[in-house]
Design a protein around this ligand. Sequence first.
Ligand code: NDP
Length: 405
Amino acid sequence: MKKTLIIGAGGVASVAAHKCCQNYEVFADIMIASRTKSKCDGIKAAIEKRMGKNLKTAISTASVNADNVAELVNLINSYKPDIVMNLALPYQDLTIMEACLQTGVPYLDTANYEPLDTAKFEYKWQWAFDDRYKQAGNTAILGSGFDPGVTSVWTAYAQKHHFSEIHYIDILDCNGGDHGYPFATNFSPEINIREVAANGRYYENGKWIETKPMEIKRERNFKHVGQKDMYLMYHEELESMAKHIPHLKRARFFMTFGQSYLTHLKCLENVGMTSIEPIKFNGVDIVPIQFLAKVLPDPASLGPRTKGKTHIGVLFQGLGKDGKPKKYYIYNVCDHEECYKEVGSQAISYTTGVPAMIGAMMNLKGIWNKPGVWNMEQLDPDAFMEGLNKWGLPWVEDFEPELVD
Ligand code: NDP
């Protein structure tokens, strides 16, 4: 009987917990632990209500401060999980990785580490654990969300089944959903705004090319969503793909944004609300972006209001298995309202929580449990690809896709 410790109780953790309970043959027993235990209890109550007599997974909850390794080690030693899913924030990645190493329990997350005081996410801190995980015979799976996560598995799949050489990768992330608020973020506001306000960056011919935020814009017609403006951004999987995909000449990431979102963001930036530098307010230190995150709608509350679809895909160009030039696009379309009906969350949390569950299942089933720290494009994709079709994120292939210039 496998036990899974889920750390975090936000939108993504809620979806992952629901999906684990749907997959009770693998997830017989889960514990949801976060800083605020009432949020964990809320997720447990929601699953019990939604699943009724069909709920077979045992669910317990706990309070933990995941910034504290000793607290984590105590919790892991008392619950004795077979895997820890880190669905808290990227700031907790290193402490949770350390606790997993000390207790010999596999680790999985959905976003790479970023220091609280420097808006710069990089894999170097997590990759630095590789030797110790290898020596301990333990496994860490990094980035098991949608992007990174599904995008990484699709890359491994394209490499395994379609290409002898992948030369160009364009990741296209389109959210055609509308929550009716003038400004809100679909996942953790602090992480989302830090990511979007940062300079753009892409990989070309062995170098990183930096752009101003939102400097490079393209238009694209996304199937099932429609015509959208998309902007080049830096995203963490570009770093690991540049390292792990041989023959790669260029890798870029584009995300769609509506004009209202961009105008609000610019205004918040201009008035200093997106700053991560602490300021004194009435004698108390506050960080503007953290204050902003508190006054914005909670992403977990957007579910009932959000209509429309997401469309996320990866466009590949290179040489096919026959050595001839080849292009290939693979994508998923996910409906916000359908997600809400199924698990009470909008599609952004859904498209992250489902792959988190599948990644954990891959480890618990012994398919992805080799010692070391792994990005998902390094792992065999086939069983994960089946899991996507089975657990709510079916994929579609297009062998004549429109390219992005
Ligand atoms: P939320 O902000 O909704 O939830 C974060 C949760 O983490 C909260 O329950 C919070 O608890 C908990 N938490 C924060 N600090 C601590 C701590 N020190 N100890 C214990 N728990 C803590 O975020 P989301 O659910 O939207 O996102 C979760 C993760 O998923 C993030 O890392 C995000 O970057 C990632 N993500 C990845 C995507 C992908 O495709 N790869 C896409 C979207 C998100 P409390 O409220 O009590 O502070």
